[in-house]
Design a protein around this ligand. Structure first.
Ligand SMILES: Nc1ncnc2c1ncn2[C@@H]1O[C@H](COP(=O)(O)OP(=O)(O)OP(=O)(O)O)[C@@H](O)[C@H]1O
Ligand SMILES: [Mg+2]
Length: 262
């Protein structure tokens, strides 16, 4: 088997936020690598710096120390064009309809109209938003808005996908459907994915490897390889003993951080 190509490198990363006299050490000593086409999940307690790590990967937050490289190039400033970012807060544009929200990245990249319309149509069907093409975000539920934001990023087919709790606000049923869709899409196009979540089941269902963070200041506690065969059936998977073992082991490690005194 050929050696796997490293796509993303985080080296000795640290971030301290300064706010007047107050300094908050968000993350410290974070080092790991992500391979081409790999699906990596980052889990850890609230406030341990998961979003901060993703923001440093996307060039939105400057590290206090250390370095991020994507394809051997240091990330400084703007999000590279090959990177798609699904933010933790839904970031739909209130003045655009559902269809025009999803189209925004394609418009920006100058994709011709017929292709744009076809891709937006497919994305709307995939996200179960049929019938809402002309609706404005204010008239949608929170979960629907989040699906619009998700599709807006997926529709441009980025090589690298940064996802910050993209399904956090969704009900279990919708969430599991979107897990299946995301896995199908990943299986078909194989983007490199960095996926932040609180939800261990979600991380195990989706990821090749899971990075478990300590509580703040967040450090890498464990990098765990998920040894579950692919393609994965998002429903049946959860009934298997292998899934149960993965969950038990990781829950123990994560639980130490949740239970530890602040
Ligand atoms: N722009 C900022 N200015 C000041 N402090 C910040 C800023 N962004 C994050 N922080 C602080 O850094 C720490 C880590 O925040 P971050 O949002 O990365 O955590 P998280 O792991 O994503 O949490 P959650 O799971 O709740 O989303 C927190 O203490 C937060 O208050
Ligand atoms: Mg966060």
């Amino acid at each position: 088997m050929p050696a796997r190509r490293t796509r993303i490198v985080l080296r000795d990363l640290a971030k301290t936020f300064r706010d007047g006299n107050r300094a908050v050490a968000a993350v410290e000593d974070v080092s790991f690598e992500i391979f081409d086409r790999e699906f990596v999940a980052i889990v850890g307690p609230s406030g341990c710096g998961k979003s901060t790590i993703l923001n440093m990967l996307g060039g939105l937050v400057t590290p206090s120390a250390g370095r991020v490289e994507i394809d051997d190039v240091g990330v400084t400033g703007a999000v590279p064009a090959k990177v798609g970012y699904v933010f933790q807060k839904d970031t739909v544009l209130p003045w655009r309809t559902v269809a025009r929200n999803i189209a925004v990245g394609l418009e920006y990249r100058g994709v011709p109209r017929p292709e744009r319309e076809r891709r937006v149509r497919d994305a709307i069907a995939l996200a179960g938003l049929g019938g809402f093409e002309e609706a404005f975000p204010a008239t949608l539920s929170g979960g629907m808005r989040q699906r619009v934001a998700l599709m807006r990023t997926l529709v441009v087919e980025p090589e690298i996908l940064l996802m910050d709790e993209p399904f956090g606000a969704l009900d279990t049923h919708t969430k599991i459907n979107l897990h299946a869709e995301l896995l199908a899409l990943w299986q078909a196009r194989h983007p490199t994915v960095v996926f932040v979540t609180h939800d261990l089941s979600e991380a195990i269902t989706l990821a090749d490897r899971i990075v478990v963070m300590t509580r703040r200041p967040g450090r890498v506690k464990l990098v765990h390889e998920v040894k579950l065969a692919r393609p994965r059936d998002v429903i049946k998977l959860r009934e298997t003993d292998e899934y149960g073992h993965e969950y038990g082991r990781l829950w123990h490690v994560l639980g130490e951080e949740l239970a530890a005194p602040a």
